[in-house]
Design a protein around this ligand. Structure first.
Ligand SMILES: *Cc1c(COP(=O)(O)O)cnc(C)c1O
Length: 220
C-alpha cells in the first residue's frame, strides 16, 4: 500500500517538474526540501521510504530529537530553515548539512566558531527579510549586499545561496524576483523560496530549492 505521504510526494514532485519545464528549465533543476516540522519521526521515515532525501526543520531542538538517530540507516541532507539563535549555532552546525538562515554578523561569528570546534562545515544560505517585517528573521534588503559580500569573504564556497519567506499577505512574486536577482548578482547558484502555497510561482521566478511542508505531511 502506498502511504499518503508517498502519494503526496509523488504529486509534489510532478508539480515541481512541470513548473520547471514551464519555466524553460530542466525537470530536475529544482530540489524539494520536505519540511517535517511538528511531524513525528515516523512521517520522516515514510518520506525516506518514498525516496525523499532532503528535509527541513525550523527548530534545532526538534531536529536533534528526530534526525541524528536516522543517520545510521539512511542517507539524507538536513536543513535548518528557522531563525537561529546565536546560542543554538553550535548544535545547528553539528546537526545540519545546510543552514538556510544566516542573517546577521553575530550569527556568522557563532557559526564560524562552531565550524572550527565541531570540525564540520555545513553549507550556508543567507536569509533575506524581503518584506522588512519586524517580527521576521533575515537580513534587511538594505543591508543584504554588504552582508552577502562579508559572508562570501568569510565562508568562501560554503556560502551557496539566498533564502526568503515573503510576507504571507502579499503577492510573493516581486519578493521571489528580487531574491533571484540578488543571488545572480552575487554569483550564488542556490535560491531557496516557495512553500506549499506558492512553490510553482517561486519556480517560475527562479527557485532552485522549494521548501514544502503541509502539502506533503498534512496541515499542522
Ligand atoms: C514551515 C515552513 C515551510 C513550509 O511551509 P508549508 O506552508 O507547510 O509548505 C517552509 N519554509 C519555512 C521557513 C517554514 O518555516
Amino acid at each position: 500500500m502506498t502511504s499518503a505521504i508517498a502519494e503526496n510526494l509523488r504529486i509534489i514532485r510532478d508539480r515541481i517538474a512541470n513548473a520547471a519545464i514551464a519555466a524553460g528549465r530542466a525537470a530536475d533543476s529544482v530540489t524539494l526540501v520536505a519540511v517535517s516540522k511538528t511531524k513525528p519521526v515516523d512521517a520522516v521515515i515514510e518520506a525516506l521510504a518514498a525516496g525523499q532525501t532532503v528535509f527541513g526543520e525550523n527548530r534545532v531542538q526538534e531536529a536533534e530529537s528526530k534526525f541524528p538517530a536516522l543517520r545510521a540507516d539512511h542517507r539524507f541532507d538536513l536543513h535548518i530553515i528557522g531563525g537561529l539563535q546565536t546560542n543554538k549555532a553550535r548544535d545547528a552546525v553539528r546537526l545540519a548539512d545546510v543552514i538556510e538562515t544566516l542573517d546577521r554578523p553575530k550569527l556568522a561569528d557563532a557559526i564560524a566558531a562552531a565550524m572550527t570546534k565541531e570540525n564540520r562545515q555545513p553549507r550556508l544560505l543567507i536569509e533575506v527579510n524581503t518584506g522588512d517585517e519586524a517580527q521576521k528573521s533575515g537580513v534587511s534588503r538594505t543591508d543584504a549586499d554588504g552582508f552577502i559580500s562579508d559572508c562570501k569573504g568569510r565562508f568562501g564556497a560554503q556560502l551557496i545561496g539566498l533564502m526568503c519567506v515573503p510576507p504571507h499577505d502579499q503577492d510573493p512574486r516581486p519578493h521571489f524576483e528580487w531574491l533571484a536577482a540578488r543571488a545572480a548578482k552575487h554569483g550564488l547558484g542556490t535560491v531557496s523560496m516557495g512553500m506549499s502555497a506558492d512553490f510553482e510561482i517561486a519556480i517560475a521566478c527562479g527557485a532552485t530549492w522549494v521548501r514544502v511542508g503541509s502539502a506533503i505531511f498534512g496541515s499542522r
